[in-house]
Design a protein around this ligand. Structure first.
Ligand code: PMT
Length: 400
């Protein structure tokens, strides 16, 4: 799957830079074309001669070539690549990437790169655990970069902890998984709900919630990227879809979302219900703007909305899948397991507002997937793009 893929390998100043030789050999063996870009500090750990001999390409480090004054275009390089892998990525380089400090060829290439970016941190355990590093890594996740978590073990300092760069073989596997995953939902039709619903009170007011649509849109993009035809039923959000295989149906209220989802699900192979649907709506919608002077104190009588997930669960056929979300504030696992059962879902994605960086509006999420066999898989905090990949990876294992 890496055959013919053009990979920029960014190497920064870490003792783990020697592992880049294994990365280059492994990638070249799989048929990839590797262009090394190294920081000045990286060259203190490994020589460009070694890297260039293994990759069969001159190594790029400076903006200008000292020999002939020619200019290395970071923009061309960024556009050339199918993927950029920064391994090892030091705390300093991660900080520069997170903050757009373009003071070397590697960071300028990163900022120009249109292809997916994979970052494999390598550093001492305390540096990795420091909130500054963690915040920078979270920012990269938020940009949609794929963070390849470091492993635990003995570090260059002889201390033991988390900070060892992931092994080259595993990094290559991750890249392969990324590229192979691309068409495993071909010919599949997926219905996704996303965003909030607005329940009208009067022409200017509504009951809503904080959903931005980011999680649902990331799922739609991921399914489309893997070849599926996606119908995205979305409440009011300011996001746009980019993939041509996503058909967007815009709704406002829970009732409109219910009608669209019920009409679309029979044609779908799977439904993923990520929308934050209002459980209640005002019994009466005022046709005129409610005036405080006239109304004074007022009471709003609410009636329950239909449960879209449970309704789809009730009409689900043997050949269809249904995936729900559970947004919880307490007793996450118990509540999610009960929703899985009640709504006849195949698996449920639990996210808790107790977890920092999870849930509404943020670019990251921390999820736990619970399936019908009772299998529970907890994932670390990741960018919503990566979270979508984990959720769809599970779907692909179940879809026939
Ligand atoms: O949009 P973002 O800002 O990115 O935030 C993402 C998210 C937090 C909204 C998302 O990750 C999420 O958790 N979505 C589900 C929110 C929710 O309504 O959870 P719930 O536990 O109340 O509902 C359980 C399931 O039933 C959900 O799949 C929900 O879509 C569905 N439901 C709920 C009520 C209803 N009337 N109809 C439904 O289909």
């Amino acid at each position: 799957m890496l055959k013919g893929k053009k990979i920029i390998l960014g190497i920064t100043g870490s003792i783990a830079a020697y592992k880049a030789t294994y990365l280059i050999c492994g990638l070249v063996k799989k048929g990839a074309e590797v262009q090394v870009v190294i920081t000045p500090a990286g060259k203190e750990f490994i020589t460009p001669v070694t890297l260039s001999a293994l990759s069969s390409h001159p190594v790029i480090s400076e903006f200008f070539s000292n020999r002939d004054g020619s200019w290395h275009s970071h923009v061309d390089l960024g556009l050339w690549a199918d993927a950029m892998l920064i391994a090892p990525a030091t705390a300093a380089s991660i900080g520069k990437m997170a903050n757009g400090i373009a003071d070397n060829m590697l960071i300028t290439t990163y900022l120009s790169c249109k292809a997916p970016v994979f970052v494999a941190p390598a550093m001492d355990l305390d540096m990795f655990a420091h909130p500054a590093t963690q915040q920078n890594i979270d920012r990269l996740r938020g940009f949609g970069n794929h963070i390849i978590e470091p492993g635990e073990g003995e570090l260059a300092s002889h201390l033991v902890g988390k900070g060892r760069m992931e092994e080259p073989d595993r990094i290559i596997e991750i890249l392969e998984e990324f590229f192979t995953g691309s068409q495993d939902l071909q010919n599949k039709k997926i219905l996704i709900t996303a965003g909030p619903t607005y329940e009208k009170i009067d022409p200017v007011r509504f009951i809503g919630n904080y959903s931005s649509g980011k999680m649902g849109f990331a799922l739609a993009e991921e399914c489309a990227r893997r070849g599926a035809e996606v119908t995205l039923v979305t409440g009011p959000v300011s996001l746009t879809v980019t993939h041509p295989q996503i058909r967007r149906i815009q709704v406002e209220s829970a009732e409109e979302m219910y009608k669209a989802a019920m009409a679309e699900y029979p044609q779908a192979d799977a439904g993923i219900l990520c929308a934050a649907v209002a459980d209640y709506r005002p019994e009466q919608v005022c046709t005129e703007k409610i005036k405080r002077e006239k109304t004074g104190e007022m009471q709003l009588r609410l009636i329950p909305n239909r449960d879209i997930a449970a309704s789809l669960g009730a009409i689900k056929r043997e050949d269809q899948l249904l995936v729900g979300f559970a947004l919880e504030t307490t007793d996450g696992l118990t509540n999610a397991a009960s929703k899985l059962e009640k709504k006849n879902l195949d698996y449920i994605v639990l996210n808790s507002l107790q977890d920092l960086g999870a849930g509404f509006q943020v670019d990251t999420n921390r999820i736990t997937i619970i399936d019908r066999k009772g299998e529970i898989t907890a994932y670390p905090l990741k960018g919503k793009k990566e979270v979508a990949q984990d959720i769809i990876h599970k779907l692909v294992t179940l879809v026939s």
